[in-house]
Write a protein that binds this ligand. Structure first.
Ligand SMILES: Nc1ncnc2c1ncn2[C@@H]1O[C@H](COP(=O)(O)OP(=O)(O)OP(=O)(O)O)[C@@H](O)[C@H]1O
Ligand SMILES: [Mg+2]
Length: 252
């Protein structure tokens, strides 16, 4: 049981969705039953990255008060069960209070039917992001080495994630491992100093032109470019999450 993994970021466009899809794909290949939830209530993008056109999505479940399970679709290319997001449904992006609590409870119940649930959260420090992050056993805080992405990751940490017991950092779009490690050190040092919080690094993913290529073609990265360095890095992250769940260190 890998449980629920949430992907969060302060700044948008740092690669949460492509990471969520690729991690889910890798976990599904390893035999796990994986549910990916596009929880970007308002601006969905899992469907776009996978080239899917579906009328079943989270927005409909909420609008028509139908069980979430009825809106889960299967993606053949990745083997993922998907609860797609409701793009452009403004009222859902403003979900709060009791309605947000109900949704959180339904997501929790739905995820019990899977070995792993990936929650692709909206970027930023919004209350919905923070509430849904609490559902996760592990929160993958995604940032790039850019100063703005690191600053925004720190802001998210400070306002909402610093007390999460399963928090870890993923640096995406690193020029190389050293660049990623240096960005991780910068953020971890600041978190330790000002928030008294350790921030373990869960993974470093290199910048790779095959990522935008796969997205432009609306194909999963691991299928379109299985030997790309970024794909290898994402697979390594998936392996370490699996190894952690089995209570051992990842095989290298
Ligand atoms: N490792 C990488 N190398 C090169 N480009 C990347 C990499 N990861 C992501 N990208 C590019 O960054 C862009 C944003 O990725 P993605 O949509 O997954 O980010 P996001 O964090 O989900 O964004 P949003 O906050 O808008 O939901 C994509 O166009 C993608 O091609
Ligand atoms: Mg996204």
């Amino acid at each position: 049981m890998i449980g629920t993994l949430a992907l969060a970021s302060g700044k948008g466009g740092v690669g949460k969705t492509v990471l969520a899809v690729s991690l889910g794909h890798a976990l599904a290949r390893a035999g796990a039953r994986v549910l990916l939830i596009d929880a970007d209530l308002g601006l969905a993008n899992v469907d776009v990255q996978l080239g899917l056109v579906e009328d079943r999505h989270l927005g409909r479940a909420l609008a028509e008060r139908r069980p979430l399970a009825e809106m889960v679709v299967r993606d053949e290319a990745t083997g993922l069960a998907l609860l797609l997001g409701p793009s452009g449904w403004r009222s859902l992006a403003q979900l709060e209070g009791e309605a947000l609590e109900r949704l959180a409870g339904e997501i929790e119940a739905l995820s019990r039917g899977y070995d792993a649930t990936l929650l692709d959260l909206p970027a930023g420090i919004g209350s919905r992001t923070l509430r849904l992050a609490r559902l996760a056993r592990r929160v993958l805080l995604v940032a790039t080495p850019e100063p703005t992405a690191l600053t925004d990751a720190y802001a998210l940490l400070k306002v909402g994630l610093k007390d999460h017991p399963g928090l870890g950092l993923v640096v995406n779009m690193a020029e190389d491992r050293a660049d990623g490690a240096s960005a991780a050190r910068t953020l971890a040092t600041t978190a330790r100093r000002f928030l008294d919080r350790e921030l373990p690094v869960l993974g470093i993913v290199r910048r790779d032109p095959r990522v935008p290529d796969a997205i432009a073609r609306q194909r999963p990265l691991l299928a379109r470019h299985p030997t790309a360095p970024a794909a290898a890095d994402m697979e390594e992250l998936a392996r370490s999450l699996l190894a952690e769940e089995r209570g051992c260190r990842p095989a290298t």
